[in-house]
Design a protein around this ligand. Structure first.
Ligand SMILES: [Zn+2]
Length: 375
């Protein structure tokens, strides 16, 4: 073996001497250049091979989660490659985009609604309207009329500026529970997108991001309770405190459980789903209570319809998430589009939008009906 190798080195050297008889280029430099070239070729080859999509069988153990998705996996990609894979087709592309679009949608709704908050509208007003009319004492009323007169996502009580001056501070319901829900939804959707985009990077990051994804779902469920409970029980602060406190404690327990590393594995998928469903079912108690309290309110049916759509969306989504339908019926057919997780994502957005609709009705109701009238 050694002799043969020595022989081949000798042969190569003689060939080089024939090509370069005056030794203008030293044989060492040539050899180094050759080595460098070969290294470069092998590096670029391995790079191309490394960032190619792989099959389920080729995946590292920590990424083997859904045996019915057979192809188009990214595995152990650097963060930069993972980031730019948002524009490539792989089996996570639609998982990333569905919730990214949802995030942008909720960001838009948040910004639009913030424009209707008098303080924010006044703040924007400083930069837009106050220059020509800085001396105008009624500038804040002008801005309020301007913003509430355009796209009315929150239909503020229709009053004259004089009426508003007297009744507005007491009558207008607090906006923060509504924005708590919007913030929670945005956190959930964004963390989900991030998780799907970067979880192919390393085992460590995969575990961390999965946990953040579950925490995002828990946060969305908890924050969803804030608008309905706050506005329905606005005049009964004890129940408001009991229900909001209850769901917050339950949520903190769920988040602590989800953050424990041993529960992030695929084995505990049904347990995690059960935790989320339990949190959702917790809502039945205040919902029945609310129906009794607001039995005579005309908005009751509208909000119930919205919340029924929300519950149905979340339940249907969870069913897809747990059952892995349709890919379990035809493994490999839904690798890129149409697998259970993508369907689950779409139902999460539908559920959140339905709940947003209900939250708007609750807010409008509280803007119009204060505690003096309802109790
Ligand atoms: Zn997801």
């Amino acid at each position: 073996m050694i002799n043969t190798r020595k022989g081949s080195v000798w042969k190569r050297k003689t060939k080089e001497m024939e090509k370069d008889p005056y030794h203008l280029v030293s044989s060492d430099t040539k050899e180094n250049n050759n080595k460098k070239r070969k290294k470069k070729i092998s590096q670029s080859r391995s790079k191309a091979k490394q960032y190619a999509l792989v099959t389920y069988q080729e995946l590292p153990e920590y990424m083997k989660d859904n045996e019915y998705i057979l192809n188009y996996y990214r595995a152990n990609w650097p963060l930069k490659e993972a980031l730019f894979s948002i524009f490539r087709w792989h089996n996570e592309t639609l998982n990333v985009w569905t919730h990214l679009i949802g995030f942008v949608l909720f960001l838009g709704l948040t910004v639009t609604n913030l424009m209707h908050v008098p303080q924010v509208a006044d703040f924007i007003n400083i930069f837009t309207w106050s220059f020509p009319m800085s001396g105008d004492q009624n500038v804040s009323h002008n801005s309020k009329d301007f913003f509430s007169g355009t796209t009315k996502l929150i239909d503020l009580k229709q009053t004259t500026p004089q009426e508003m001056e007297i009744s507005s501070p007491e009558m207008a319901a607090a906006r923060w529970p509504f924005f708590v829900f919007l913030g929670g939804s945005m956190f959930c959707l964004f963390s989900s997108s991030t998780c799907h985009l970067f979880s192919c990077h390393s085992h460590h990051l995969n575990l961390f991001l999965l946990r953040i994804d579950y925490v995002g779902i828990a946060v969305m469920i908890i924050t969803s309770f804030f608008p309905p409970i706050y506005y329905i029980f606005q005049c009964d602060t004890l129940w408001q405190f009991i229900y909001l406190g209850g769901i917050t404690v339950m949520g903190i327990f769920t988040i602590a459980t989800l953050l424990s590393p041993s529960l992030s594995t695929g084995k505990y998928r049904p347990f995690r789903a059960l935790l989320f469903v339990a949190m959702g079912l917790f809502g039945i108690v205040p919902a029945i209570h609310a129906v009794i309290v607001n039995w005579t309110e005309p908005q009751r049916n509208v909000t119930l319809a919205y919340e029924a759509v929300m519950a149905l969306s979340y339940l249907t989504g969870t069913m897809f998430y747990v059952s892995r339908i349709p890919e379990r019926w035809k493994a490999g057919w839904f690798d890129l589009a149409g697998h259970s997780h993508q369907i689950f994502h779409v139902f999460v957005i539908l559920g959140a939008l339905a709940h947003y609709g209900a939250a708007l009705v609750f807010l409008e109701f509280r803007d119009n009906v204060g505690c003096e009238r309802s109790s």
